[in-house]
Ligand binder design. Structure first.
Ligand SMILES: Cc1cc2nc3c(=O)[nH]c(=O)nc-3n(C[C@H](O)[C@H](O)[C@H](O)COP(=O)(O)OP(=O)(O)OC[C@H]3O[C@@H](n4cnc5c(N)ncnc54)[C@H](O)[C@@H]3O)c2cc1C
Length: 460
């Protein structure tokens, strides 16, 4: 019997497994798919400065500000320390700027008034600088899992948990694994899993958010709209691209919609006119587990840790504050076990899981190579996603063949291309489609490019 079983290999589960392993506990982490398969691998990768939450949720803002510094210190190799700005596009935005500044001051979030002339949008009415940054969610998750593994944790991928019992879990492949404490970090499936186990579950609402990826990086800074959080108000740089986000709809679907594409591009161009005409290469969608029920934008992005005898469930939260959440959940585990090991994740650096030497370049648009070090728990996993294969402008046309499962890889890419096909995109989509068809032959499901009905040019 192990001390702790962690369910879920997203950033929360990975953070908890690392924290507990560093405190000296025996840990087994079970991930049904692959590391960062859920919301973690489908987010902007914004390392929040806290400013976004300063008006609505000062506690979350203060936590983000503190954890922003911690993550930059402990995992500089996962972070692009870009800095960020909030831009006012109209008078209402500029007025909100006063609330933003006073909220940030109260929450201890560093901000400074900047000259709009030096901002990425010189036509803006006001510009406030922040400590926002970009973080690679895949690398951060792998670094946590690898460190947990090096500290003695067992990490198992491709192993779903079907039921949580008292002091044990049953896996989908029929195994029973015993543990003193079970930590349910199954993301948006955490409540479903409790219900399937005959337990009461907190109210958790699945909230769908779509993001768009641009062909090239449009701006080196994180750009936020100076207003209460809403749709299409963030542009985050990430490696060679920019990510435009996001929407918020009550839904558990990971299929991005065409209406969301239109809305996000319109908002992005208003925020940053240099976005006009920039080719969008792909859309993708993630699901947030929000606490409560109702309109997604009105619900908190906060997290909650639910404790019952021998079981801890973590619901909600942010990538930025994962370490803090893991620390609190691990403290609860220690209390349940009557142990008192100290949390070490605040000061211990995370390992860089990339190879020291770049491998053979497999995709020139992202300079992607086999750059993840070997980890036994990734043996049956397609590691191409951690190497950014197919993440750049070519969308896998050149490099899909390097993926362990090119069929799955290309179908996932196509899912993100379909909703964004418009007149400008059509030629590119035909080339991509023909390339995929050539690569996969009969294994390609014969999907046809159908021109969307609303073909009239978009006015932005
Ligand atoms: C569109 C969008 C944009 C976001 N942008 C940001 C951002 O820019 N910055 C930020 O700080 N936060 C952001 N977030 C929030 C952030 O992504 C999440 O808070 C965080 O990734 C949650 O991690 P998690 O590990 O709790 O959940 P997940 O990443 O969803 O991980 C849960 C894992 O559990 C596994 N699992 C599920 N059921 C089982 C089972 N029965 N057995 C075994 N394994 C199971 C899943 O496969 C999955 O890997 C965003 C979220 C969304 C949806």
């Amino acid at each position: 019997m192990v001390d702790a079983i962690v369910i879920g290999g997203g950033i929360t589960g990975a953070g908890v497994a690392r924290d507990l392993a560093l405190r000296g506990l025996s840990v087994t982490l079970l991930e049904k798919s692959y590391p960062a398969a859920g919301a973690t691998g489908r987010c902007h990768g914004l390392l929040h400065s806290g400013a976004r939450y300063a008006v609505k949720d000062p506690r979350a803002a203060a936590e983000c500000a503190a954890e922003n510094r911690v993550v930059k210190n402990m995992a500089p190799h996962c972070v692009e320390d870009t800095g960020g700005v909030f831009l006012a596009i109209d008078e209402a935005d500029a007025g909100y700027g006063d609330r933003l500044v006073s909220g940030c001051k109260a929450a201890g979030v560093p901000v400074e008034e900047l000259s709009v002339a030096d901002s990425p949008n010189p036509a803006a009415l006001r510009c406030i600088g922040t400590k926002d940054a970009a973080v690679d969610p895949f690398l951060l998750t792998l670094a946590n899992l690898y460190d947990a593994y090096m500290a003695g944790a067992e990490i198992v991928t491709g192993c779903g948990v079907k039921r949580i019992g008292d002091g044990f879990v049953e896996t989908e492949d029929g195994r029973t694994i015993k543990g003193e404490v079970i930590i349910n970090a199954a993301g948006c499936e955490c409540a479903e899993l409790l219900q399937a186990s005959g337990r009461s579950a907190p109210a958790v609402q699945a909230d769908h958010g779509t993001l768009l990826v641009t062909e090239r990086k449009v701006c080196d800074l994180v750009v936020n709209r100076m207003r209460m959080p809403g749709d299409g108000d963030i542009i985050v740089p990430g490696h060679t691209t920019s990510i435009i986000g996001t929407t918020s709809e009550k839904s558990a679907s990971t299929i991005p919609l065409r209406t969301e594409y239109h809305k996000l591009v319109r908002e992005a161009v208003a925020l940053l006119p240099s976005m006009k005409g920039v080719r969008i290469t792909r859309a993708f969608a993630g699901i947030r587990p929000l606490l409560g029920s109702g309109d997604g934008r009105s619900l908190s992005r906060d997290y909650k840790i639910f404790e019952e005898q021998g079981l801890i469930t973590i619901a909600g939260g942010k990538l930025t504050t994962y370490r803090l959440v893991a620390e609190h959940a691990s403290d609860a585990v220690m209390r349940m076990l009557g142990e008192n090991g100290r949390c070490r994740t605040m000061s211990e650096a995370l390992p860089d899981v990339r190879r020291e030497e770049q491998g053979e370049i497999e995709c020139r648009c992202e300079s992607a190579g086999r750059r993840i070090i070997e980890m036994p728990f990734l043996k049956n996993t397609d590691t191409s996603r951690y190497n950014r294969l197919g993440f750049g402008a070519c969308q896998g046309m050149r490099c899909a063949r390097f993926s362990n499962s090119p069929e799955e890889f290309l179908q996932e890419r196509w899912k993100g291309v379909r909703p964004i096909i418009d007149e400008g995109q059509l030629q590119q989509a035909y080339v991509a489609w023909a390339s995929y068809k050539t690569r996969l032959g009969d294994r390609w499901p014969g999907d046809r490019i159908v021109l969307p009905r609303d073909r009239e040019p978009m006015n932005y």
